[in-house]
Design a protein. Sequence first.
Length: 362
Amino acid sequence: MEAPVFEEFDPASDCDCPGCAHWRRVIPPSALPGPVGHPAARGALLLAAAAGTVIAGSQSTPAVAVAHGPVRPGDPRGDESDSPQGVKAPLHGPAGPAKPGAGGEAPATTRAAIINRAKKWVASQVPYSMSEYWSDGYRQDCSGFVSMAWSLPGNEWTGSLDTFGVRISRDQLQPGDMLLFHNPADPENGSHVVLFGGWSDYTHTYYLAYEQIRPHTRGQSTPYAYWSNSPRYVPYRYKGLAEATSGPAGPQAWSYPVGKKGRDILAVGGAGTKGSSAPSVASVPGYPGRGLFRPGADNESVTRLGEQLVKKGFGKYYTSGPGPRWGEADRRGVEAFQRAQGWRGGAADGYPGPETWRRLFS
């Protein structure tokens, strides 16, 4: 009889079921690469392997392991169906008092305030519930969480949150925006919404997602747009943003270079590089977007950038003066400016991100 092949799984670090707790104590993490699974599954495999040794001489019996954990680290398989949401309701529930201004208005707020409210729930580890309401009056499910972060007059759901936002593109995403998946076929059980907290890698394939999910609120690096049903998530920007500038990031969103690959990684309300502080952007023109500063680009923003490089003393690479077409002289000038900020590696690649732009024009 040919011996069965078993796959080894590492214990999940965040599951509190009795099986997980037991196997975390008795099984050391594996050094093998691969997906993370539920410890109970690993235990079942070990027991099955032992049983297979005993019965190998008699008959073939298949070993069955119960899958429970995510396929990838942090992948909440089935979160949408496992995280049902409640319906529209006033603060504190159907019997609660209506918040002043309830009726579809979008109260003014800022990106920093949105993220700070989200972080408060994360720090409090608000338990997930589609029927319970937290002390601030918001329902403890995914749509209640975004309603809270946006400071809406009441508890909305995935079928109504879009009315408080404006649809935007992926490239326009900024902290405080939301990614909404509303499934009309199964609106209560098949939908989900998360809050965008900023890109977590320079390729813009992962972002910090704040979300209300079992067992409690979390902030986690997440593949864009989500672990599952990714093409069906739609980005929205809150209508009631009160920003001091016309730029897409607003006065409370800025970025700092992080690591070798961290070119202008976006952060909100956090600390930047050593010795830096929150930027003052009252006089800084709005960042026009990365797409305008790439090979083949031809636009007035390139000219504006070049003129500012010359003004700052980084225009030595131009032979005939800055122009609207992006070229190697622009890139080398930006790289020189970035290096003057003390940045190295991927943080000084010559392509201006939001923080490069802010420092150049401030």
